[in-house]
Design a protein around this ligand. Structure first.
Ligand code: AMP
Length: 218
């Protein structure tokens, strides 16, 4: 099964994608995580991506599409995959459909996690991410001792782009470039919408239910 997660920054795409990837035993591919790993390793891709990410802008399509195409051609992804944070532009969505079709694959469902802008900003501001296992926590809902990840013991940090100025730019990029994708997946009858104002556990249960209603066997 090939799935993608849509949704504004802070919607909880990463958390839901991590859980679904464990449940379905298929890889979770986060373009944001790939860029951040490249940034911390000081690669050429990382240096380029950082110029955009640090300002809350999108990394150009040609770079991002090439990176995802290479990842999805790996043998591990042939049994299915979950994309988190890709596609983010219409160009990326069209390219994804095109190159998957070349080897007889397709995106089965696009899951859109919906929540209010006020909650998104609140979640981003209170988000802390584990540098080791990449799990993220909300300071308001998780008891975090000593900035340490309760799962793996790694250090929890605030992402550089989770500051108010960059959050505002990311929201602008979301509304301009990514929100139109909702209509793209509605028109091709692949959109599954899930409200996430509730707790994250409820969101995940709602995602599973919504997928099942839309004919996806979990
Ligand atoms: P995320 O971890 O998904 O919030 O992504 C963090 C940042 O990485 C975004 O704000 C973008 O600057 C960049 N990024 C991630 N995925 C993409 C994408 N599909 N297209 C362009 N830029 C991306």
């Amino acid at each position: 099964m090939n799935l993608i997660f849509l949704g504004a920054p802070g919607a909880g795409k990463g958390t839901a994608a991590t859980k679904l990837s464990e449940l379905l035993d298929i890889p979770h591919i986060s373009t944001g995580d790939i860029f951040r790993t490249n940034i911390s390793n000081g690669t050429e891709l990382g240096k380029l991506a950082d110029q955009y990410i640090s300002k809350g802008n999108l990394v150009p399509d040609d770079v991002t599409i090439g990176m995802v195409k290479a990842r999805l051609s790996e043998p591990e992804c042939q049994k299915g995959f979950i994309l988190d944070g890709f596609p983010r532009t219409l160009g990326q969505a069209e390219a994804l459909d095109r190159f998957l079709a070349e080897d007889g694959r397709k995106i089965d469902r696009a899951i859109d996690i919906v929540l209010s802008e006020a909650t998104l900003v609140e979640r981003l501001t209170n988000r802390r991410v584990c540098v080791a296992c990449k799990l993220s926590y909300n300071l308001k809902t998780h008891k975090i001792a000593d900035n340490t990840c309760p799962v793996c013991g790694g250090s929890l940090i605030m992402r550089d782009d989770d500051n108010p100025q960059v959050i505002a730019a990311r929201m602008v990029a979301y509304h301009k470039d990514t929100e139109p994708l909702i209509d793209y997946y509605v028109r091709s009858r692949r959109l599954v919408r899930v409200n996430s104002e509730e707790k994250i556990a409820d969101t995940f249960a709602n995602i599973l239910t919504a997928l099942e209603i839309r004919g996806i066997k979990i």
